[in-house]
Ligand binder design. Structure first.
Ligand SMILES: [Mn+2]
Length: 323
């Protein structure tokens, strides 16, 4: 019996949905008897695929960066910074595989994977239409308004918030399983989600107040530093909810494992942008998408993260003035 190891973007709705969809696809079109294991991956500097990452008969990466490791057999990603080095990009181009797919224009890995597997392998994924729809809205930041994204009334948005905060490995697996076996509104009512969300939503409300207090706005760019506030995760749409007119946002935060510079552009501001945030972040060892990205540093380098954040905010302010 083949064992399929799936590595996915951790603490991300699109990552969990992609992992869940891949399993259903594989069971339905490749091997119904395969066994599966899952491991979440977080962005970081250097080689993120350590020893033991690719220990399955099939090793699959979804919604996360490429690896030239010959043991990688399936790959789906849409991150602009999917190739941390030119060598990896060259490797991908020189080694075309019928099981490795990359589209930096795709809004979500979930919809990309679902579309590719339908077109290429004849996979009927109509049973998962609700999940694919919401993963695409969430990862593509296609919410109607910042209010919808911050008030979190929709079950899918509650699940997005839960997955971004959940650190329980067993529940990650349960969640990945349920995403493609139950309705999103039913999962959102499960005690493991509902009970965990209560304090998270409380903290969410508090984080709106903290970010409001820390916001520093100039030239339509908002800069905020919550590293001293114990706010390690927050809804990335809060800045646009608070200041709908701002074009770019740079935030500094401190998690137990990293000092983080988050960079974003306002999805509800349609004026043309002259910068590519992924490229800006790449200059500092980070990455992401043209419209949102991040730079992660070790916890001990918070001061450096603050300097990088200030530099990026300055660069965005210069760009915003001209736009
Ligand atoms: Mn994604």
């Amino acid at each position: 019996m083949a064992h399929v190891k799936v590595l996915f973007h951790d603490n991300c709705f699109d990552g969990a949905a992609s992992a869940s969809l891949f399993r259903r696809f594989y069971q339905s079109k490749i091997d119904a008897s395969a066994t599966f294991s899952f491991a979440g991956k977080a962005h970081g500097m250097g080689n993120v695929y350590g020893e033991g990452s690719f220990d399955g008969d099939e090793n699959v990466v979804v919604d996360f960066r490429y690896s030239a490791d010959p043991r990688l057999t399936w790959w789906f990603d849409h991150h602009v910074s999917a190739f941390p080095t030119p060598e990896e990009e060259a490797h991908f181009k020189a080694n075309p595989s019928p099981h490795k797919f990359f589209d930096p224009k795709a809004r979500s890995c979930s919809k990309f994977l679902a579309d590719v597997c339908r077109q290429t392998f004849g996979w009927d994924n109509s049973a998962y239409a609700e999940l694919i729809h919401w993963a695409d809205i969430i990862d593509g930041a296609q919410f109607e308004s910042p209010k919808v994204a911050v008030e979190l009334v929709e079950p899918a948005l509650q699940l997005m918030t839960w997955v971004e905060n959940n650190q329980d490995g067993k529940l990650k697996l349960r969640f990945i399983d349920e995403l493609t076996s139950r309705k999103l509104s039913d999962i959102a009512l499960e005690p493991y989600v509902k009970d965990a969300l209560l304090p998270i939503l409380e903290r969410h409300k508090r984080s709106v107040d903290i970010i409001a207090a820390r916001a520093n706005i100039a030239n339509d760019v908002m800069f905020f530093d919550v590293a001293d506030d114990g706010l390690d995760a927050y809804n990335k749409f809060i800045p646009y909810f608070l200041h709908p007119d701002c074009r770019y946002v740079v935030g500094i935060s401190l998690t137990p494992t990293r000092a983080k510079v988050s960079v974003g552009s306002n999805p509800w501001n349609s004026a043309k942008r002259s910068v590519n945030i992924a490229h800006i972040c790449e200059r500092y060892g980070g990455g992401g998408h043209p419209v949102v990205g991040a730079v992660s540093l070790p916890v001990g380098q918070l001061q450096r993260a603050r300097e990088i954040g200030a530099e990026i905010a300055e660069e965005l302010r210069r760009a915003a003035v001209k736009e």
